[in-house]
Design a protein around this ligand. Structure first.
Ligand code: NAD
Length: 298
């Protein structure tokens, strides 16, 4: 059987190009550009990689990225001051605080301090709640990326059983909130599984679309997948690899080799959900910018 790879690199690239065109058009009319503040506290190597990738995407589409680096020793107060400054800055349309924050920082408090109208990560409870209610609001970028990737490849979702392994606030729960809506590209029956779920095997085998967001390399094996089911691997895990220059390689939560032999379309890692996440961050930032322009012109 030939495996269909749901190529997040190709789809995100197409989205970034179309966003770039859109930004150029708005610029011609308004002489203004979107701005994204990227805040990194500390020196977590994975976070640094993500932040650089986000800045690169900004440059590609024409979003001004404003870089803020804080040392953990500066404390939560410095971060709170920075966020209130960014909330008030009319040239900043999106605020991204790279998570996780170092020990001693109250992550939830920080998320809730970001003005929901600039919360382009879609983590503020206001946006989370709005999305659950089917109201306009910023969707979290990773689940939004999964949704758009499935849509791009015309993967049927309506009426299908989507089983998500993982109930985090950044992947599992918000993905359910998007796919369960009465909306085009959604209308799914969604089951969220987690570490306390009983009969996990039975649940995953009943999935038309299986989403893995666990954080355990190769957790999903072929026996867990119904033949022909769609498999979405959200996992990004670093595993030691002495053959790699960096000393590690990135793998997903799905054992791609065995699973791709039985499943239908599947996302690779890297090159699947990861690039889509960044593209959706750009999309949310442009949406915020457009709302801002509309407000100003009222
Ligand atoms: P998390 O640690 O917050 O959540 C993991 C979830 O897995 C939990 O809800 C837990 O209940 C569940 N789980 C753990 N062990 C289980 C088991 N044995 N059976 C069933 N469920 C189990 O993780 P997260 O932040 O949601 O991230 C999950 C993965 O996705 C990680 O690899 C992370 O790096 C990756 N991720 C990728 C992107 C992206 O852009 N592609 C974005 C965010 C997270």
């Amino acid at each position: 059987m030939v495996t269909t790879v749901l190529d997040g690199k190709v789809v995100s690239e197409a989205m970034l190009q179309s966003l770039a065109q859109h930004i150029r058009t708005i610029h011609l009319q308004t002489e203004r550009d979107p701005g994204l503040a990227v805040v990194l506290v500390g020196d977590n190597p994975a976070s640094r990689v993500y932040v650089e990738a986000k800045k690169k995407a900004c440059a590609k589409v024409g979003i001004n990225s404003f870089d803020y680096r804080l040392a953990p020793e500066e404390g939560e107060g410095a971060l709170i001051d920075l966020i209130s400054h960014l909330n008030a800055d009319p040239d900043i349309h999106g605020i991204l605080v790279q998570l996780p924050l170092p020990n001693g920082f109250d992550q939830q408090k920080i998320i809730e301090l970001i003005n929901p109208s600039k919360d382009v990560d879609g983590f503020h409870p206001m946006n989370v709640g709005r999305v659950w209610q089917g109201l306009p609001g910023f969707k979290s970028c990773t689940p939004y990326g999964v949704f758009e990737l499935l849509r791009y490849y015309d993967v049927p979702v309506e009426g299908k059983h989507v089983v998500i392994i993982g109930r985090s606030n950044i992947v599992g729960k918000p993905l359910a909130s998007i796919l369960v809506q009465r909306a085009a590209g959604a209308n799914a029956t969604v089951t969220i599984c987690h570490s306390k779920s009983e009969n996990l095997l039975k649940l995953t085998q009943s999935a038309d679309i299986l989403v893995a967001a666990i954080g355990v390399p190769g957790f999903v094996t072929a026996d867990m997948v119904r033949p022909g089911a769609v498999v979405v691997d959200v996992g990004i895990n670093r595993v030691e690899d002495s053959a790699a220059k960096s000393g590690y390689r990135v793998v997903g939560d799905v054992d791609f080799k065995s699973v791709s032999a039985v499943c239908g379309p599947i996302t690779p890692v890297p090159g699947g959900v990861g690039p889509m996440t960044i593209a959706m961050l750009m999309k949310n930032t442009v949406e915020s910018f457009e709302r801002h322009i509309a407000e100003v012109n009222k």
